[in-house]
Write a protein that binds this ligand. Structure first.
Ligand SMILES: Cc1ncc(COP(=O)(O)O)c(C=O)c1O
Length: 490
C-alpha cells in the first residue's frame, strides 16, 4: 500500500504525532476509506524508516480517538462508523472536529466528544439495578451526619464565606493524612494533601497539569472510563496495558524507550473492573521503572477499604522511596458520592501548582461538608461505618456469587479478589452484550457491559455487577431474572 506519508525528522513535532496528523487528514479527506485496512506496525515502520514504537504510538492515538479500529487476526482498519462529527468535517483543512454544530470548540472541547457516554441515562432506573458505584444508601450513619451538620451550621463562623486556602480545610487534611497513614500505609502529611471534588476532579487536575497533547499515558486495559476520558480530552495518546490475575502486565511499559511514557494510571489495590490485585513484584517493578524514566504513577485507591479475604494491601504510594506516585482517594464509596469530596496526595513540589489550578477551576470544595467530615473522622464514625460496611458488603458479595453459581453453574464465572463493591462476571451466552442488556432491562434488571472498558479488543459477555446497594433478596431475584434470560431458547 502506498501511503504517501512524509515525516520530518528535523521537526520539533514528534514523529508519532506527525504520523497521527497525516493519517488523520487522509481519513478526513476520504483518501483512506472506512473499512480500509492499514499496514501492520512492522510494515509501516519499514516503509517509513521509523521505529515500531513510533508506528504503534501513531496508531494508538487514532485508535483511542475512534478513527481506526483493530480486530484480533484481521489487523487495523479505518473505522467503519466514523463519529458523525468527523464525517461532517470531511475537509482536509478542518483541524478541529465540530460537535453538536459548534465549530468553535477548543482542542479540549473537541476531545470531549467521546466522553458523552459517561453521562448518565435519563430513563427510569430498573427495579433491580446492578450498577456499580453506589454504596448501601440505607446503611449510612445519617443521624450522626445530620447532628454534625447542625453543629457547624450554627456555630462555625466563616463556614459560609470563601475559604482562604484552595487546598482544603487544614484540620480535615490532617485527619485524612492520619487516617491514610494508619489504614493504608500512605506516607504523607497534611502539607502534601489537597481536598478535591471526588476522584474525578483529582484525575482532571492531574491530567491538565501534567499531560500535554500527544504525551503518552499508559493505563490498564480494561480500565476506568473516568480516567481514560480525562486523558483523551487532553489529547493524550493512550497505551493500553493488559491485565491478568496479578494486575497490570508490565512488559509493554518497561519495553518502551525511556522518556516515551509520561504518566501511568493504575488501580493496584483492586483493579477496575477485573478485581485483580497488583502483585508485589510488579509494584516494585513499576516504581523502579517510574523512577528510572522520570515518569509519574497515578494510584487510584477508590475502594481499597473493602477487602473481605486475606490481609489488607498497603498502598503503592507507601512503597515509593522517591516522588513518583500521586495518590487519589475518594469518599464516594466509604460515604456517599453526592458528597463530592476526595483527596490527592502529591509530591511536595507540585503543591503550589495544584493550589493555583484548583483556585482557578472552582476555588475550593464546600467548607460546611469539610468541617462535618473532619469531625466525623475524628469522632470515630468513619472507621466504625467502614467496619460495618465491610461485614455487610462481604455478605452481599457472597450471596451474589453463590446465587450465580447455583443458578448458572459454569455459565457464569466471577473474576477478581474478594474485595470492593462490584464483581466482573463472564457469562457464557450467544446473546450480544447489547441484547442481554436490553432483555435484562425489559425484566427490570440493570446490567452494565464491560465492553466499553476495553481500549482495543471487542470482548463480549463480561459484565460489571455492583452489589453494595442491593439487599440479599434483591440480589437473588436479580440473578434469577438473568438466569431466565440466559435459559431462554432464542
Ligand atoms: C476506578 C474508580 N475510581 C474512582 C471512582 C469514584 O469517583 P468519584 O470520587 O469522582 O466519585 C470510581 C467510581 O465508580 C471508580 O470506579
Amino acid at each position: 500500500m502506498q501511503l504517501a506519508i512524509h515525516l520530518d525528522s528535523t521537526s520539533t513535532v514528534p514523529l508519532h504525532r506527525q504520523l497521527y496528523e497525516q493519517l488523520r487528514q487522509r481519513i478526513l479527506s476520504g483518501q483512506l476509506l472506512p473499512g480500509q485496512r492499514l499496514p501492520s506496525t512492522r510494515i509501516l515502520a519499514e516503509l517509513l524508516a521509523i521505529s515500531r514504537t513510533t508506528a504503534s504510538l501513531g496508531y494508538e492515538h487514532l485508535l483511542s480517538e475512534g478513527y481506526l479500529q483493530a480486530h484480533r487476526g484481521s489487523g487495523t482498519c479505518v473505522c467503519t462508523q466514523l463519529p458523525e462529527q468527523l464525517l461532517q468535517a470531511a475537509s482536509p483543512i478542518v483541524s478541529v472536529p465540530s460537535i453538536g454544530g459548534s465549530p468553535r470548540l477548543s482542542r479540549y472541547g473537541a476531545g470531549l466528544s467521546e466522553a458523552r457516554m459517561l453521562l448518565g441515562k435519563v430513563s427510569p432506573p430498573p427495579s433491580i439495578n446492578f450498577r456499580y458505584g453506589p454504596p448501601a444508601f440505607d446503611a449510612l450513619p445519617l443521624q450522626q451526619w445530620r447532628r454534625l451538620l447542625t453543629r457547624h451550621c450554627r456555630c462555625s463562623p466563616g463556614v459560609l464565606d470563601y475559604a482562604t486556602d484552595p487546598l482544603g480545610y487544614h484540620p480535615l487534611r490532617e485527619s485524612i493524612a492520619r487516617y491514610l497513614t494508619r489504614s493504608r500505609a500512605v506516607r504523607c502529611t497534611a502539607d502534601q494533601m489537597l481536598i478535591v471534588s471526588g476522584s474525578q476532579q483529582a484525575l482532571d487536575l492531574t491530567t491538565r497539569l501534567l499531560v500535554d497533547p500527544s504525551d503518552v499515558v499508559a493505563l490498564e486495559d480494561p480500565g476506568y472510563l473516568g480516567a481514560r476520558h480525562a486523558f483523551l480530552a487532553q489529547g493524550a495518546i493512550l497505551l493500553g496495558l493488559p491485565v491478568d490475575s496479578e494486575g497490570m502486565v508490565m512488559e509493554q511499559l518497561t519495553g518502551q524507550p525511556p522518556g516515551t511514557v509520561k504518566l501511568v494510571y493504575v488501580t493496584p489495590s483492586h483493579q477496575f473492573p477485573t478485581g485483580s490485585v497488583l502483585s508485589l513484584p510488579r509494584r516494585l517493578e513499576l516504581l523502579a521503572w517510574a523512577k528510572a524514566s522520570n515518569a509519574l504513577v497515578v494510584e487510584d485507591d477508590y475502594d481499597s477499604e473493602y477487602r473481605y479475604g486475606g490481609r489488607p494491601i498497603p498502598a503503592l504510594q507507601g512503597l515509593d522511596r522517591g516522588d513518583s506516585v500521586i495518590y487519589v482517594g475518594t469518599f464516594s464509596k466509604v460515604l456517599f458520592p453526592s458528597l463530592r469530596l476526595g483527596y490527592l496526595v502529591v509530591p511536595l513540589e507540585l503543591m503550589p501548582v495544584f493550589a493555583r489550578a484548583r483556585w482557578l477551576t472552582d476555588r475550593h470544595s464546600p467548607l460546611l461538608e469539610q468541617y462535618v467530615l473532619r469531625d466525623f473522622i475524628e469522632e470515630g464514625f468513619l472507621e466504625r461505618h467502614i467496619r460495618r460496611m465491610r461485614r455487610l458488603y462481604a455478605e452481599r458479595r457472597q450471596v451474589l456469587v453463590e446465587t450465580l453459581h447455583a443458578h448458572l453453574g459454569n455459565r457464569a464465572s466471577v473474576l477478581g479478589e474478594e474485595a470492593g463493591m462490584h464483581v466482573l462476571v463472564r457469562f457464557q451466552t450467544h446473546l450480544s452484550d447489547e441484547a442481554l442488556v436490553a432483555r435484562a432491562a425489559e425484566a427490570g434488571v440493570g446490567l452494565t457491559s464491560a465492553a466499553a472498558n476495553y481500549l482495543h479488543s471487542d470482548v463480549q459477555g463480561e459484565f460489571i455487577l455492583g452489589y453494595a446497594d442491593l439487599t440479599p433478596e434483591r440480589l437473588v431475584e436479580g440473578v434469577v431474572r438473568i438466569a431466565r434470560i440466559l435459559d431462554a431458547k432464542e
